[in-house]
Ligand binder design. Structure first.
Ligand code: OOG
Ligand code: NI
Length: 466
């Protein structure tokens, strides 16, 4: 087998992401509407700001600006999670970060499978937020056992999908025809099933325990529950959604509107009620409904250091003490005002964010800067290089997720009346055991990118030994 004929993992991921988008647009037409709205707002934003267009031309692929950045799935067993790790590895996606959602009343814990290197992110940044149901958080022992048995009995991957994963692992890659087949077979894992695999009665009991439990346990597979394109103006899309016949969640999650965007802002349109059928005790199909699938948008800013993140978390908590956003949107204006007010304490210019060690930055040598303008001392001091104009800095984009925001996205799509509480019980060790590998620590990763860029600057300006 010749490694040169293998399709790059980035290309398989790009093809999978495009296939998911097309399937989801067919399955959820409102998502197609959201995509057109996002493309329109992105085009208008670029037309109105030549400066932004110029910056994005340097760092991004403009013709793909409105494409999906992430999707989300929920699985039910450790074996499903472990197999997904192997599936995503074929597409160059690795688990980054651990998110405990139990704290926010959602009985799952999660990671994001994503490309990690700069080059891979640039080719296609698609990631999948992946949650594992915490059956241990179901209080009713009998129901817990029924749920466990139901999940145990299903096989979410086709035999062909499994054999292609094994083949990719054994060979170190997939050739063209296998890669195409792999995308097709994996795509089928995430499609929608409108016939539940449980009875209407069990569905209702699972649903009463938590809507999310019913969503994970009742179907043949882990349907993709949303996809998320990138928008250059999230406030505009949020405002325009109703005019396009789609109903946005009450507030945008994450930081308020700022001159220097930090972390991640996201919002979604509310999940749709869809018709599904259940078998009754007589073995006949009965019609019912299920609410799970929606569309989301995201806008990303700089990755924060632990110090920056602590400040972010503190300000978010402070603002939520003043006003907690109500699911029906009745206090949205008051919430936005409290959030904006609290975040006045977060510096809003790049140099202050950098100098105070709140965010991660990538340093690049200015190629036209003359070596002769630098002393030997300057060349090993990144601050001196910045001050002299020999080095420029750009924010490193946050590529991960936020637990409070994720909880807000989950909640708004579980229905407004849903307010079950679970005991917060982060369990990263157990999650990693189920996954079969430790997750990558996001802070260490961003820190590494920043350090490597500083090192490149030092090397660039290093005096040449005579
Ligand atoms: C995942 C919600 C989390 C995000 O963007 O924060 C998420 C889910 O609803 O399964 O996708
Ligand atoms: Ni999402």
């Amino acid at each position: 087998m010749n490694a040169a004929t293998f399709i790059s993992t980035d290309v398989i991921r790009a093809s999978f992401s495009a296939a998911m988008s097309s399937m989801y647009r067919t399955e959820v037409p409102a998502y197609g509407t959201l995509l057109s709205l996002v493309a329109k707002v992105n085009a208008q934003t670029l037309a109105a700001s030549p400066e932004l267009r110029h910056r994005l031309e340097q760092t991004d692929t403009l013709d793909r600006i409105s494409e999906e950045r992430h999707g989300a799935i929920r699985v039910g067993t450790p074996a499903e999670l472990a197999m997904l790790r192997r599936v995503f590895a074929v597409m160059g996606m690795y688990p980054v970060g651990y998110y405990d959602l139990s704290e926010a009343g959602v009985p799952v814990h999660s990671t994001a499978f994503r490309p990690v290197g700069d080059a891979a992110l640039k080719i296609n940044p698609f990631r999948v937020f992946t949650s594992l149901l915490r059956l241990d958080l179901i209080a009713d022992a009998e129901l817990r056992e029924e749920a466990r048995k139901t999940l145990q009995a299903r096989q979410i991957f086709s035999p062909k999908a499994i054999s292609l994963v094994e083949k990719a692992e054994a060979q170190g890659g997939l050739e063209l025809d296998d890669a195409a087949l792999f995308v097709k077979e994996i795509l089928a894992t995430f499609r929608w099933h409108d016939q539940a695999s449980v009875s209407g009665d069990l569905y209702r009991r699972l649903h009463d325990a938590h809507r999310l439990i019913a969503d994970v346990v009742s179907f043949k597979g882990p349907h993709i529950n949303h996809l998320t394109p990138r928008t250059l103006d999230i406030d505009a899309v949020q405002d325009l959604m109703p005019a396009y016949g789609i109903s946005p969640k009450a507030v945008i999650e994450g930081p308020p509107t700022r001159a220097c965007p930090i972390l991640l802002r996201q919002t979604s349109f509310k999940a749709l009620e869809e018709s599904v059928s259940f078998r009754n005790a007589q073995g006949e199909w009965e019609t019912g409904s299920h609410t799970a699938r929606f569309g989301e948008i995201e806008q990303r800013g700089v990755a924060l250091t632990p110090k920056g993140r602590a400040l972010y978390d503190r300000l978010l908590t402070e603002s939520r003490k003043v006003v907690r956003p109500a699911p029906d949107g009745s206090n949205a204006d008051a919430y936005i005002a409290a959030l904006t007010d609290a975040f006045k304490a977060f510096p809003d210019d790049w140099d202050r964010i950098r100098k105070q060690g709140l965010g991660y930055f990538r340093y690049t040598p200015v190629p036209t800067f003359p070596q002769s303008g630098l002393s030997a001392r300057d060349t090993c001091d990144i601050e001196a290089l910045v001050a002299l104009g020999a080095v420029r800095f750009d924010p490193i984009v946050y590529e991960d997720f936020l637990p409070v925001s994720a909880a807000g996205i989950f909640q708004s799509n579980l229905g407004d009346d849903d307010s079950q509480k679970f005991t917060a019980s982060p369990s990263q060790r157990e999650f990693e055991t189920d996954l079969g590998t430790p997750v990558l620590d996001e802070f260490a990763h961003y820190e590494g990118l920043q350090k490597a860029s500083i090192e490149r600057c030092r090397q660039h300006f290093k005096p040449v030994a005579l």
